[in-house]
Ligand binder design. Structure first.
Ligand code: GUN
Length: 280
């Protein structure tokens, strides 16, 4: 069984980004990311801190706008409009989820698609669907990258994605398809889910339930990508996969923590640089 070490790979990628950013800085093209957080969701605060730390490491300037849980939709949209027309801002990220009184979809559509480094704007989601060059959502991009860097073939393989969110499930399914995988998208309502998962050569677990995938879902030689991250009552972290139950069956698996999480952040750094380079 091979552990697909996302932390190590992310670190290498961030080193490459740092080199690129350093060259950009020298030529007066510093990179700046604006992050908007509304509310004090503990997990979101951790993610935002991780993104900020990665920016610091790479030499990317980050501006974090912490708007509090009573922020109105208008408040957020007005801030986005200002960031859209501020020339030195290259990327705008709205940390999700937003408080329930705010229409996430509406807010995301206000971001200038050229600054939409998460790739969540309808224009960019549409481009992804039809195979045009665009910002690929960071988690999907990170999953493809970790598979490729570990020489795991996607072409022709049975790729089963469990989860259909706009952030992970749908974009990763499209990216696997782009790489000539044979893709099945499943979700919590899928019939015979165990059976379908056991047919997978590559299984993407993004169902959002702690330790949901046990050995009943996995057949020998499967590559398992665990997208979930959950904090248990004892303070420890686990993924959507019951790691201990499946570790002796799988051919390779991404750990939690240290798997897809750091890859997502590294891909965000790449997307920020892409946004800048497209401008110059
Ligand atoms: N919330 C969970 N994942 C993400 C992500 O990739 N980007 C943003 N903006 N919010 C998230």
């Amino acid at each position: 069984m091979k552990i697909l070490n996302g932390k190590e790979l992310a670190s290498k990628i961030k080193d490459r980004v740092r080199d690129t950013v350093s060259v950009l800085n020298e030529s007066g093209h510093g990179v700046t990311l604006a992050v908007i957080q509304a509310g004090d969701n503990a997990a979101s605060s951790t993610y935002v801190r991780n993104k900020r730390n990665a920016c610091d490491y790479c030499g990317i300037k980050s501006l974090v706008y912490n708007l509090g849980s009573d922020a109105t939709e208008e408040h957020i949209v007005n801030l986005i409009h200002v960031l859209n027309i501020t020339d030195y801002i290259d990327g705008i990220l709205v940390q999700l989820p937003l408080p329930s009184h705010i229409d996430e979809r509406k807010v995301l559509q206000e971001i200038d698609p050229k600054k939409d480094i998460d790739g969540f704007h309808e224009i960019n989601a549409g481009k992804l669907l039809i195979g045009e060059k665009t910002f690929v959502p960071c988690t999907a991009k990170g999953i493809i990258k970790i598979l490729k860097e570990n020489n795991i073939q996607i072409e022709g393989q049975n790729c089963v994605v469990v989860g259909r969110s706009n952030i992970v499930g749908k974009p990763v399914a499209l990216e696997l398809l782009k790489n000539n995988g044979t893709v099945t998208i499943c979700h919590s309502k899928t019939k015979n889910l165990e059976l379908i998962c056991r047919e997978a050569d590559i299984l993407i677990c993004a169902i959002g339930k702690p330790r949901f995938f046990n050995k009943e879902y996995i057949s020998p030689n499967t590559v398992v990508v665990d997208v979930g991250i959950h904090r248990l009552e004892d303070g420890s972290l686990c993924g959507d996969v019951d790691f201990d139950d499946v570790k002796d069956i799988v051919s390779a698996i991404t750990p939690v923590p240290g798997g897809i999480g750091p890859m997502t952040v590294a891909m965000l750094m790449e997307n920020c640089v892409e946004a800048k380079i497209a401008k110059i």
